[in-house]
Design a protein around this ligand. Sequence first.
Ligand code: NAP
Length: 286
Amino acid sequence: MTAKLIDGSKVALGIREECKTRVEALVARGIVPGLAVIVVGNDPASAVYVRNKLRACANVGVRSFKYDYSADVAPDVVVAKIKELNGRADVHGILVQLPLPPQFQLAQVLNTISAEKDVDGFHLYNVGGLVVGDTVFPPCTPYGVVKLLDYEGISVEGKNVVVVGASNIVGKPMALMLMQREATVCICHAKTRDLAQFTILADILVVAAGKPNLIVPQMVKTGAVVIDVGINRLPDGRLVGDVDFEGVSEKASRITPVPGGVGPMTVTMLLVNTIASAERRLSDRA
Ligand code: NAP
């Protein structure tokens, strides 16, 4: 079997066109959706991610506001800025680029963002909403995966789904969102013994571990759908996922590439959440 490619860049482009139309409708009613991005320190990977996010905003007509702080800034200064942004009518989404330097308590920062503007979906209120199936903002990466599956017409109901990786921002919300859609979900992590005995059962395998070549063909069921969330920079400069793409492509029915799979969807869902927030503001006003 040779897997069909799931083209995240193409799907993302289509959703961004829908975003433009939604933004135009908002602007016609006097609201320009606005995203505030807070960056602390000079992490080069963060700089690339933030640049992509700001470019994506400009591309669909979302206004962005960027606030840069030095790596040694006092957490209170950033918390005060978030509080100010919570009250601003021209800001519909607030994002704090992670990771933060060690002097920060992550939970304190994330929970200062108003749940109504928490477009990354990391506030406890939104996380709790995810558990009961009623979140305000689904976190962008798993939201993007769910949208990719939708666009590909891949139903998850009743399927065996294995999620490799159990982080708060990808693996756990991913598992919850797929469980909500009535998949049978198994979550694996670094302490899982004999990972292959779980992955081999997956009709849909979602991998978000940050380990190149973690998933090799003998760990994958013939005909499985494989979603590779991982992004790893190899010493030779190449960008790869967590899955042995060439090998697993021979076994899977569909597979996402890296780059060009989940990555473009993540940024796109940030736009979708920001626009949805502005639309809610409009309906509150009506
Ligand atoms: P993370 O916070 O480091 O979490 C990694 C998770 O994978 C942890 O739960 C860890 O288990 C688990 N893990 C590590 N090694 C494993 C192994 N050998 N077998 C099974 N599980 C293992 O990373 P993250 O933020 O979730 O990101 C994961 C990957 O996705 C990274 O490559 C990241 O760059 C990428 N990512 C991509 C996007 C995108 O848009 N495409 C967005 C976000 C992240 P423990 O919990 O036991 O430590």
